[in-house]
Design a protein. Structure first.
Lengths: 316, 281
């Protein structure tokens, strides 16, 4: 039914700051896990510091996720009802594949396990944890098994970073249910934000600067991907006549921040293309100034929050 | 009223053509269900309860169609009054998305929110296409019409139907109500009230509504989605996940391209431009 103009007579669910926070941290947690795993799967040991940094960030961003979700509930102490049905005579595990909130709860639990394993592994490999049992356990993650764990964890990371958009879409709310693009928009934005987070934090991680160039290029490609999805988002909303809800004032100001976060990446792509001479010789387009490595990623991260805020709040 | 039997499908037939807007249904509902109600607030009409919400499980809509100049009798459309209520949909959007299993279909085929199971996630509010469910802040759970589940279990008809002085609200087995409704709309049509129509009496609206209506105007006039608009949230699962999957594939491919070791001179490393002094270890 996407693409059809519908009248919506629904009430706002009052999903506000806790949910915005969750959407942001879930995006960063999933995205940084994905980036860390991709760095590792490429198999260059020079990327290992950045990969471990990615797993640290992923775990740190994961921690607030359940807290925010639980605090958002009307009855926080019943959070476990998401997983266990307490209906008399019908008790048992709750899993509804057609309800993204139900799927998301389980995905967060599973991804949490992967992110925690990767976090502990990074601590052990960094010699921050020197327990024999942990070392032996980490050795299990060498080789094919470890790569398999990373691949599965990456799949869950991608899911966690993007399903939040599908969660909004599977409703009867204007805008949210009018477009199929939200999962993609949130995922692309999460990847952009994750690159930005790693770029900022790599200043504090010895050896991580070796991956700075790769992160710069990733930032550009993900900015392009996010921009393309925002264009699709706009086109689908034009089709359903709900564009003015999400792009009206004051939400336009949040969009301006989100767009500003895309500018460095897109400009970098443009510059890179223009910088290639007719002989195929490219000129340097990267600099590691404080602006480049702190201010720009911070702007990207603000854009990630603003984009989600505009989509969540404008409808309510 | 015959005996209310578990296993049979019960519902309301609300005939808006005879509703006089007395709000007896609202009062009876609040009395029985011990709902304190909200502070009354008048808008630009005579309606002081506003909407269905956590405190108003019945709400009499006053839809003012009175023309500026008297042109005729109004043909029953000058004031549209409708005692609105949860529709107890056969294909209920709220029930579909509820992650806790708190929203169930009872032995009377009604849709019921178990207050001791709900954890207040509010996904059902985002899904309900009729603006019925609301969070009850004092309890931390969502609330809506139960069709007086406790009364049904005691072989009593719901309080609103019991109190309605014009029999605008009829309670009974859904199959019997549908026959009654069809007869009523046929009678009205025969009398020249051509705008009379049924809403939700067949499966074209959410598989059929256990609480269905005789309307005196288009559904949109009562803020009710029509057949084309009565769609379930799950319709967006496939498109939503496919959009995310496509992005995920592009994201991984893009990542693999970007995160390979860069040897081209186009992008210099941090060490090359001598700025590694900024890096704190």
């Amino acid at each position: 039914m996407f693409g059809t103009e519908l009248d919506h007579f629904v009430r706002s669910p009052d999903w506000t700051w806790y949910i915005l926070g969750y959407f942001f941290f879930a995006g960063i947690s999933g995205g940084t896990y994905v980036l860390a795993s991709l760095l590792r799967l490429r198999g260059d040991s020079a990327d290992e510091p950045a990969a471990r940094l990615g797993y640290y960030v992923s775990f740190a961003a994961l921690v607030p996720c359940p807290v925010l979700l639980i605090l958002d509930l009307g009855r926080p102490l019943r959070f476990w009802h998401m997983m266990w049905n307490t209906t008399p005579d019908d008790t048992g595990l709750n899993f509804k594949y057609w309800s993204p909130m139900s799927v998301g709860v389980w995905a967060l639990v599973v991804f949490g396990a992967f992110a925690t394993i990767a976090f502990v592994e990074a601590l052990v490999r960094d010699d921050k944890v020197r327990i024999g049992l942990a070392r032996r356990a980490v050795r299990l993650l060498d080789g094919t098994f470890g790569r398999g764990v990373m691949v599965v964890g990456t799949a869950f990371g991608l899911f966690i970073a993007g399903y939040t958009g599908v969660l909004l879409a599977v409703s009867n709310q204007p805008v949210w249910s009018d477009t199929w693009t939200l999962g993609g928009v949130f995922l692309a934005s999460a990847l952009s934000g994750s690159v930005a987070a790693l770029t900022v934090l790599s200043r504090y991680r010895r050896g991580a600067e070796a991956s700075a160039d790769a992160l710069t290029l990733a930032e550009r490609l993900y900015a392009l991907l996010e921009a393309a999805l925002i264009v699709l988002f706009v086109l689908t909303l034009i089709q359903t006549g709900s564009l003015d809800i999400v792009f009206g004032f004051p939400w336009l100001l949040l969009w301006l921040v989100a767009f500003a976060g895309l500018v460095p990446g897109l400009a970098g792509l443009l510059t890179a293309r223009l910088a290639v001479t007719g002989n195929g010789i490219a000129v340097a387009v990267h600099s590691a100034s404080a602006v480049r490595s702190v201010a720009v990623p911070t702007l990207v991260l603000l854009g990630v929050v603003s984009l989600r805020a505009a989509i969540i709040f404008s409808v309510q | 009223m015959t005996e209310i039997t578990p296993g049979r499908s019960y519902g309301f037939f609300t005939d808006t053509s005879v509703c006089i807007g007395c709000k007896a249904c609202e009062v009876a509902c609040k009395e029985w269900n011990q709902l304190s109600g909200n502070e009354p607030a008048f808008g630009d009409g005579f309606d002081n309860t506003g909407n269905l919400d956590a405190q108003n499980w019945r709400h009499v809509e006053f839809i003012d169609n009175v023309p500026d100049e008297t042109l005729g009798s109004g043909q029953g459309k000058a004031w549209l009054m409708m005692s609105d209520v949860c529709k107890h949909c056969q294909h209920a959007s709220c029930m579909e998305v509820c992650p806790t299993g708190a929203i169930i279909r009872t032995e009377f085929d009604t849709v019921y929110i178990q207050p001791d199971v709900c954890n207040g996630c509010r996904d059902c509010i985002a899904a309900c296409p009729y603006d019925v469910i609301e969070m009850e802040e004092s309890k931390g759970v969502v609330q809506k019409c139960t069709m007086c589940y406790d009364r049904l279990q005691s072989n009593l008809e719901p309080a609103c139907a019991k109190a309605c002085p014009t029999e605008s609200i009829q309670f009974g087995p859904v199959d019997e109500l549908r026959e009654m409704a069809q007869q009523r709309v046929d009678d009205l049509q025969a009398q020249g009230v051509t705008q009379a129509r049924l809403y939700g009496d067949d499966d074209s609206i959410y598989g059929g509504l256990n609480a269905f209506f005789l309307l005196m105007d288009e559904p949109e006039a009562y803020k009710l989605p029509d057949k084309e608009e009565a769609v379930l949230p799950r319709r967006n699962n496939t498109g939503g996940y496919l959009g995310a999957l496509g992005t995920a594939i592009l994201g991984v491919v893009g990542g693999l391209i970007a995160l390979r070791r860069r040897r081209e001179p186009g992008i210099a490393s941090a060490q090359d431009d001598g700025s590694e002094g900024d890096v704190r270890h």
